[in-house]
Design a protein around this ligand. Structure first.
Ligand code: AMP
Ligand code: TRP
Length: 332
C-alpha cells in the first residue's frame, strides 16, 4: 500500500517556497494517494515560540493548506501534538539513530549557528521526531522541498537500522518526492539564500497572506541583473536571482522552465516581472482571500483538526502497539 505523509512547521510567515516546494505538490498528489498532512507543532518548539502565536500559526497553516486546495475530508489533516504516538515512537528512534548521523544534519548546523551548546536538545533530536512522523503511519512517500532530502535519508537509515536490529521487515523505507520547477525557492533579495520564514527582511519572501499590492511591490523590488532573458538554461548558470524568478514563474503556471524561457527570450526582466506579478496575483489572490475567510472562523478550523487527529490516531495506535511488542515493552 502507498501512503503519503508530510508536514509543515506552524512558525508563521507561510511563504511561496512552502507553497511551490510542498503544498502545491500535495494538492496534485491528493488524488493519487492516501495522504496525511500535519502541522508539526512539536517541531516548532525546538526553537522558542510564543504560545499565543503558536496557536494562531497552527490555525493559519491549516487555513493555508485548505485554501490552497487540500480537501480535509479526503485527506487526514491535523496537528502533531494531538497524536501522542509521534513523540512515543520518536523516543524509540532516539535509541536507534546514532549521534554521528545527527551530527551531520545541515539544518541543525544552520539553525544552531555558532551557539551549538545553547541549542535545545529538541533541535538536535528533531530529525528523529520527523522519522517518527512518517513511520508511525508506515508512510511510503514523502513530498517535500529539496532542503528536506537529508532528513529523509536519515529516516530511511533509521527504518533500516530498526528493521535489522530487531530482525524484522516492519518499517518501509520512505521515498522522498521532490518535484516541480521550484523545489528550492530562493530569497528575492539574495539568490544564494533560500526563501525562509525566519529571514528578517519581509522583502525576501512572498507570504501567502500578502495582498496583491504587496506581492507586486516585492516582485518589482526583487533583485535581478542588467541582462535580458537568455534563450538557453545554461545562460542562467551564473544568474541565481534571474533563475529563481524563472523557476517561480514556471512553477506557478505549471509549465517547465524551457517553455517559459522561450516565451520571454530576449526580453528585459522589467517586462518579465510585470507578467510575473499578474500570474502570482492570479494564483495567490484567491488563496489569500480564502485563508482570510477561514481564519475568521477559528472554531471551524479547530473542528477540522480534531477530526483529522481522530483519524490519525486510529492509524497510528495499532502501529505503535506493534512497535512496542517488537521492542519488548510490556503493554497494558
Ligand atoms: P517548513 O516551513 O520548514 O516547515 O517547510 C515546509 C515545507 O516547505 C517542506 O517540505 C520544505 O521542504 C518546503 N520548503 C520550505 N522552504 C522552501 C523553499 N525555500 N523552497 C522550496 N521548498 C521549501
Ligand atoms: N522538517 C520539515 C521542515 O522543516 C517539517 C517536517 C516535520 C516534515 N516532520 C515531517 C516534513 C515529516 C515531511 C515529513 O520542512
Amino acid at each position: 500500500m502507498q501512503r503519503i505523509f508530510s508536514g509543515v512547521q506552524p512558525t508563521g510567515n507561510l511563504h511561496l517556497g512552502n507553497y511551490l516546494g510542498a503544498i502545491r505538490n500535495w494538492v496534485h498528489l491528493q488524488n493519487q494517494y492516501e495522504c496525511i498532512f500535519c502541522m508539526v507543532d512539536q517541531h516548532a518548539i525546538t526553537v522558542w515560540q510564543d504560545p499565543k502565536e503558536l496557536t494562531r500559526n497552527t490555525r493559519e497553516v491549516a487555513a493555508g493548506m485548505i485554501a490552497a486546495g487540500i480537501d480535509p475530508d479526503k485527506n487526514v489533516l491535523f496537528n502533531q501534538s494531538m497524536v501522542p504516538a509521534h513523540a512515543q515512537l520518536a523516543w524509540v528512534f532516539n535509541c536507534v539513530a546514532r549521534m554521528g548521523w545527527l551530527n551531520r544534519m545541515t539544518q541543525f548546523k544552520e539553525k544552531a549557528g555558532k551557539h551549538k551548546e545553547n541549542a535545545s536538545v529538541g533541535l538536535f533530536a528533531y530529525p528523529n521526531l520527523m522519522s517518527a512522523d512518517i513511520l508511525i503511519y508506515k508512510a511510503t512517500h514523502v513530498p517535500v522541498g529539496e532542503d528536506q532530502k537529508q532528513h529523509l535519508e536519515l529516516a530511511r537509515d533509521t527504518a533500516q537500522k530498526f528493521n535489522s536490529d530487531y530482525g524484522t521487515a516492519f518499517f518501509p523505507l520512505p521515498e522522498p518526492l521532490i518535484f516541480g520547477a521550484a523545489t528550492r525557492v530562493m530569497s528575492l533579495r539574495d539568490g544564494a539564500k533560500k526563501m525562509s520564514k525566519s529571514d528578517e527582511s519581509d522583502y525576501s519572501r512572498i507570504n501567502m497572506t500578502d495582498d496583491a499590492d504587496t506581492i507586486a511591490l516585492k516582485i518589482r523590488k526583487a533583485k535581478t541583473d542588467l541582462f535580458p532573458m537568455p534563450d538557453t538554461v545554461e545562460g542562467l548558470a551564473d544568474r541565481p536571482e534571474a533563475a529563481n524568478l524563472l523557476g517561480i514563474y514556471a512553477a506557478l503556471s505549471d509549465r517547465d522552465k524551457t517553455a517559459v524561457m522561450a516565451q520571454f527570450a530576449g526580453r528585459q526582466f522589467s517586462e518579465f516581472k510585470s507578467e510575473l506579478v499578474d500570474l502570482a496575483v492570479s494564483v495567490l489572490g484567491p488563496i489569500n482571500a480564502e485563508m482570510k475567510r477561514l481564519m475568521a472562523e477559528p472554531s471551524h478550523i479547530d473542528a477540522v483538526l480534531r477530526k483529522g487527529a481522530e483519524r490519525a490516531n486510529a492509524i497510528a495506535e495499532p502501529i505503535l502497539k506493534d512497535v512496542y511488542d517488537i521492542v519488548g515493552f510490556l503493554r497494558p
